[in-house]
Write a protein that binds this ligand. Structure first.
Ligand code: ATP
Length: 201
């Protein structure tokens, strides 16, 4: 499958159209950003690692009946995926307190949370991806309550599969950011699952 047009260039990836309007190619760059893109740099071969790790984890989730956009790896930096209408909500699931939740709620970093905590953020770079709740999602018309319920249920299922997978490797999945989108009426997990979008200790 060949790349046709550059549809979108983000901080970490470029999305290309293909001859098939149902499919796009994700190209993983080496660019790295931190603190809402205020800090920028490049990590050699990061894109290769994130592409390969994401492919492996998408395949693992598919085996557990979680629908994802993954179709196949094309080469070391490129992945063929189903084209999604991305829901502009970032879902974060947390198992251990770290980063913003520790600061916001006054928790010590590293404290295990009694149960996984699911948070939603408005996917909007200009606003710095603010934390939002279900009422905000409704007011902003970002997704229907049914879609949010489906996504949150999938987030918890994905978290369970990945916590167990990483635990067997001696790694704690501290937290994880997930994005979903619609494809032919179905909600699929999209974007990537990598050390860029998770904390692995
Ligand atoms: P962020 O995701 O943090 O808002 P970004 O837009 O810079 O930042 P990148 O990962 O560089 O993120 O860009 C990839 C873009 O492609 C994201 O906006 C993501 O939502 C979108 N995307 C992911 N999977 C698909 C897909 N299957 N179809 C269409 N767009 C997708």
């Amino acid at each position: 499958m060949e790349k046709v047009d550059n549809l979108y260039e983000g901080k970490a990836k470029i999305v290309y159209s293909t001859e098939d309007h149902n499919l796009v190619i994700q190209y993983f760059k080496d660019d790295a950003t931190a603190f809402n893109a205020q800090k920028k740099g490049s990590i050699k071969d990061k894109g290769i690692c994130n592409n390969q790790i994401s492919a492996k984890l998408f395949q693992l989730l598919e085996k557990h009946n979680i629908p994802t956009h993954f179709v196949e790896l094309l080469d070391e930096r490129e992945m063929l995926v189903k084209k999604l209408d991305i829901i502009p909500v970032e879902f974060v699931v947390r198992n251990i307190a770290a980063g913003s939740i520790a600061k916001r709620l006054g928790l010590d970093e590293g404290v295990e949370l009694l149960n996984p905590v699911v948070e939603t953020y408005f996917k909007n770079d200009e606003l710095g991806d603010p934390l939002i709740n279900d009422d905000h999602i409704k007011v902003l018309n970002l997704a229907s309550p049914e879609q949010i319920k489906i996504c949150k249920d999938m987030v918890l299922k994905i978290n369970t599969v990945l916590v167990n997978y990483f635990r067997a490797l001696g790694i704690d999945l501290v937290d994880l950011k997930l994005e979903f989108g619609e494809h032919n009426g179905a909600i699929l997990l999209g974007d990537e699952i990598s050390p860029d979008t998770s904390r692995l200790w």
